[in-house]
Design a protein around this ligand. Structure first.
Ligand SMILES: CC(C)(COP(=O)(O)OP(=O)(O)OC[C@H]1O[C@@H](n2cnc3c(N)ncnc32)[C@H](O)[C@@H]1OP(=O)(O)O)[C@@H](O)C(=O)NCCC(=O)NCCS
Length: 124
């Protein structure tokens, strides 16, 4: 999993409204946080606007519970002409013991966009 020396791009505390009927956080909420974190890193790499073009298949390993602090880590995995793939990992910090619970990880691909919302070469 994540190198502990990396800073989390996001740290978020889920709210009551993010909980499903099982008492777990909605998977869609997690995907959204990952998209935000990946977009921040991709925007930095692209020096401007990006759009999410693809998300590789992912598995949710453990649920996030109310009261967890959710940390999202994002690092560049590979770069193409107009696209950059970002590996994103989600860790839940739980309870007084600050247990670190791996939640999921996945690769999101972002495309740099020009003013017409078309693919634009990444800066060198
Ligand atoms: C992003 C978008 C502009 C790309 O347009 P496109 O015509 O598919 O562009 P291209 O075929 O030239 O592909 C652009 C890059 O994306 C990559 N790409 C396209 N589909 C991909 C996929 N399924 N997985 C990984 N990379 C993909 C291509 O390999 C290319 O990368 P490269 O230049 O580094 O080699 C267009 O698909 C779009 O607007 N999509 C909607 C984006 C969006 O709104 N996202 C938010 C979710 S609603």
């Amino acid at each position: 999993m994540t190198d502990e020396r990396n800073e989390a791009v996001l740290r978020v505390v889920p709210r009551l409204r993010d909980i499903n009927a099982n008492g777990h956080i909605f998977g869609g909420w997690v995907l959204s946080q990952m998209d935000i974190a990946g977009g921040i890193v991709a925007h930095r790499i692209a020096h401007g606007a990006v759009a999410t073009v693809a998300i590789e298949g992912m598995k949710f390993i453990s649920p996030i519970l109310l009261g967890d602090i959710v940390s999202v880590y994002a690092t560049e995995e590979r770069r193409g002409r107009t696209s950059v793939a970002i590996r994103i990992e989600v860790i839940a910090t739980r309870g007084i013991a600050q247990e670190q619970v791996p939640v999921t990880s996945g690769v999101y691909t972002f495309v740099a966009l020009d003013a017409n919302h078309k693919p634009r070469p990444l800066p060198v």
